[in-house]
Ligand binder design. Structure first.
Ligand code: EPS
Length: 362
């Protein structure tokens, strides 16, 4: 029994879609809770004006009845309000009438750092828009909706997940983030940052050392690295551990099998050890610059400045929410594998029985 997720949707297309399979029946979902996470993802200083336009309200097309999951695939939809301005340019079918609105002429100026060039070459697109629309971080809204469902499942077994910002543009003090963002905006530049996700109430034994693909740290790294603009991931003290001695790097085991330190970030051998799971992700500065970098016009082969289009100055606060969803998703998948069950009561009951067997209490 495992959870699976497939998403679809272009940034300025009609909608984003997420289909989740492998949920137990009888899990109660709350629309406001999912929408609240979608709202958190849109907020944050330095986001594109697009975020004030989008409503990001989840619609459920299947898998839910009167607020409870049915055990069948759950189909979620988030409409793109902005699609109205792109109706001709992003029409799924050949558009009729004269071109109007946005996206009507081909993009041929790939942005360094975006998927533009690699995507256009790989898929044979003459219009870079055919690559950038799907590569866009707009798509993270679908993952946040799925993450909210994962968090609802985890809450049933006492696991909570929280993402937070550690740094924006190299500034660690929260009172400097707005200033750093304003300075980058006025320089027509962009910023990156670092976020951290902490999951509490996680029992020992999620994930496995049996194969590298079973290791929870490997899955968390893949889930976090799979987020747009993420270039680095660490679990626990990560890279700092490489610079310390063994006597200072590990977490000694005490009474009740608890640790006084958590340098391992709650994972040893790819398996949770009962301490909070801690993961960090580093985001590069966003590649759409209002003062564009050098590029090449793919139509002429001549040097030309890269594409300039409406974008964010930084989206680190959004990353904290998206990373939270990614960690929740991977933990929920690992919990489904460990505790199984077609009905929620089976899942919760297996978790309870497991805690009775092991010498560990939340
Ligand atoms: C993005 C560029 C901007 C961001 C977008 C991600 O899009 P637009 O050009 O439409 O303003 O706003 O993020 C979202 C739309 C979102 O919902 O997060 C990019 O190039 O990745």
């Amino acid at each position: 029994m495992t959870l699976e997720l497939v998403t679809a949707g272009e940034s300025h297309g009609p909608a984003l879609v997420a289909i989740v399979t492998g949920l137990p029946a009888g899990l109660r979902l709350d629309r406001d809770t999912i929408d609240a996470d979608l709202r958190r993802r849109r907020e944050g200083y330095g986001r594109s004006p697009r975020q004030r336009l989008e409503q990001d309200e989840v619609e459920v097309l299947a898998g839910l009845r009167h607020g409870s999951t049915l055990g069948s695939p759950l189909a979620l939809v988030i409409r793109n309000v902005d699609h109205e301005s792109w109706a001709w340019g992003m029409s799924p079918w050949p558009p009729s009438g004269e071109p109007e609105g946005k996206g009507t002429s081909p993009v041929t100026l790939p942005r360094p750092g975006h998927a533009d060039l690699a995507g256009a070459l790989k898929y044979g697109h003459d219009d870079v828009r055919n690559a950038l629309e799907r590569a866009s971080a707009r798509q993270t809204a679908a993952h946040v909706a799925a993450g909210a469902v994962a968090k609802a499942l985890l809450a049933e077994i006492g696991i909570s997940v929280q993402g937070l910002v550690l740094e924006i543009g190299g500034t660690t003090a929260e009172d400097g983030w707005k200033e750093a963002t304003d300075a980058a905006r006025s320089d027509r530049d962009t910023l990156g940052g670092v976020v951290e996700v902490v999951a509490g109430g996680v029992p020992p034994g999620l994930g496995s050392y049996a194969e590298k693909g079973d290791r929870l740290d490997a899955r968390l790294a893949a889930g976090l690295m799979g987020i747009q603009a993420v270039k680095g991931v660490e679990i626990g003290d990560g890279f700092a551990l490489a610079r310390s001695r063994g006597s200072e790097a590990h977490d000694e085991i005490g009474q009740g099998l608890r640790r006084e330190t958590n340098r391992a970030g709650g994972i040893e051998g790819g398996v949770t050890n009962g301490e909070p799971v801690v993961a960090r992700a580093a985001m590069k500065p966003l590649p759409t610059l209002m003062q564009p970098l050098r590029s090449v016009d793919l139509a002429s082969g001549e040097p030309a400045p890269a594409l300039v289009e409406r974008s964010d100055v930084q989206a680190v606060e959004a990353l904290a929410v998206v990373a939270e969803a990614a960690v929740a998703w991977e933990l929920a998948r690992a919990a489904r594998e460990k505790f199984g069950g077609d009905a929620l009561v089976d899942f919760v009951g297996a978790h309870r029985a497991y805690l009775e067997r092991i010498a560990w209490a939340p």
